[in-house]
Design a protein around this ligand. Structure first.
Ligand code: LLP
Length: 436
């Protein structure tokens, strides 16, 4: 019988078979070749999820453009992989604009959204022909002035705040009325912004955008939002004569972070949106492009964070498993109370209640609290699942711990896609006062 591949080992971890020889061998090989803590991404999972999403929507929306929201994971190898699959790019900063260009995107395949854009960022987006997704009237005037000064026309959409609660974690809820994002439909604010944009000769209006929030697991919020957005599209056409190229309904599809959960299926979302879209097309008499922009959905489940157990400690109240990753490596548990499944690799003992603690000096630095798992020993490995989105991209060097390495697994091969950070990296940009 042939040896199991790295991909099969990662699959065994997902399937809660961390004791399986395939999982033990994959983690052992990856850790010895690349060290820990290590971010590992499974290529097949990323391409598979992109195709699932695209196929569900393409079957129902004749003019479709699927963006990848780079903030979920900006590693150039993953961005280029999604580009090769046919994705466009949604970016939020000059750095992400450059990351998208570096991965091979053309300017007109990039949508630039941020609620707080600097002049350098706006100018770059205009220069490359990206769509600037404008967040306020103030910003609109700046975009127009910068485009005019550069002798160019800016292609713009407006981000709309639809005032809808998609029932996700408060901190990642962006479409509710009190959030800082977008122009409100209420009070005619959004409509007035389009009317003003029509007066500006250096601006071309091409679309309308919204993004409800993240980790959304029900279709209802999307449907309510789409209804408002599509009514607004008609209002723009009827009241102002604005004819758009696209409607962007954002990203935010939730993924399962627990065993047995399902997440939001693209098929269900596409099916829920289809009747509204058909109705709009009939009323308008022409077909708009539907743009979507998930990040997490494409990359979260592909990612694994491998950590090594430094020590195990019993206190009167708890058993702590101290690992060499922490909230510096994976911030989501500390920041949102988010749950990531943890697997203890290669142990079959009876489950005990364990707290897997990070290596950062913060009380809140617990990566997995009160989990029923077999007890590991120092030198064993613990793997956190679904770390492909908002894992590395939110990592920091707090406590002077260098950033982890990243690896892309394809079948049985593993390619280094980011070298491990070094302590020298941390000090490189520091400027010390002259010594006396
Ligand atoms: N489009 C816009 C305008 C966004 O603000 C976001 C995410 C996305 C698309 C992609 O959302 P996704 O499909 O990945 O849910 N750090 C948090 C998530 C913050 C998301 C911010 N915006 C987390 O770790 O859960």
């Amino acid at each position: 019988m042939r040896d199991p591949t790295l991909h099969e080992g990662l699959q065994a971890l997902r399937d809660d078979r961390a004791f399986d020889p395939a999982a033990v061998s994959a983690v052992g090989r990856l850790a010895s070749e690349f060290g820990t803590p290590l971010y590992v991404y499974d290529k097949a999972a990323i391409t598979g999820r992109f195709r699932t999403f695209r196929d569900a929507f393409a079957a129902r929306f004749p003019k479709l453009r699927v963006h990848y929201a780079l903030k979920a994971n900006t590693n150039g190898a993953l961005v280029a992989l999604l580009r090769a699959e046919g994705a466009a790019a949604e970016v939020v900063s000059l750095g992400e604009i450059l990351a998208a260009l570096r991965a091979g995107f053309r300017g007109n395949e990039i949508l630039f959204t941020s609620s707080s854009k600097g002049p350098d960022e706006i100018s770059k987006a205009v220069e490359i022909g990206a769509v600037v997704n404008v967040d306020s009237r103030d910003e609109l005037e700046q975009v127009a002035a910068l485009a005019e000064a550069a002798g160019r026309r800016a292609r713009i959409s407006f981000r709309i705040n639809p005032g809808v609660d998609p029932h996700t974690l408060h901190h990642i809820n962006t479409g509710i009325a009190e959030s800082k994002f977008g122009l409100h439909l209420d009070g005619g604010l959004a409509r007035a912004a389009y009317a003003r944009a029509q007066e500006l000769p250096s601006v071309d209006i091409v679309g309308v955008h919204c993004h409800l929030g993240s980790q959304i697991t029900e279709t209802d919020g999307y449907v309510v939002t789409a209804r408002k957005m599509l009514a607004f599209v008609r209002e723009l056409e009827e009241a102002l004569g604005v004819r758009l190229l696209f409607v962007d309904l954002g990203g935010g599809l939730g993924v399962p972070y627990h065993d047995g959960e399902a997440g939001l299926a693209p098929e269900a979302l596409a099916a829920a949106l289809e009747p509204l879209w058909k109705e709009l097309t009939k009323r308008l008499g022409y077909e708009l492009e539907l743009w979507m922009e998930p990040g997490r959905f494409f990359v979260a489940p592909s990612g694994f964070l491998l950590a090594r157990v430094n020590s195990v400690k019993e206190t009167p109240l708890k058993v702590f498993v101290n690992v060499n990753a922490g909230s510096n490596t994976l911030l989501r548990p500390a920041m949102y109370g988010a749950h990531h499944r943890a697997r203890v690799v290669g142990r079959t003992g009876a489950p005990e209640t364990l707290d897997i603690a990070g290596d950062v000096c913060e009380t809140g630095d617990i990566l997995a609290a009160e989990r029923r798992l077999p007890r590991p020993e120092a030198g064993d490995f613990v793997v956190f699942l679904d770390a492909g989105a908002y894992g590395f991209s939110m990592a920091s060097t707090y406590n002077a711990r260098p950033l982890p390495a990243e690896v892309l697994v394809d079948g049985d091969t593993a390619a280094l896609i980011r070298r491990r950070g070094t302590v020298e990296d941390l000090f490189r940009d520091e400027v010390l006062p002259p010594s006396r």
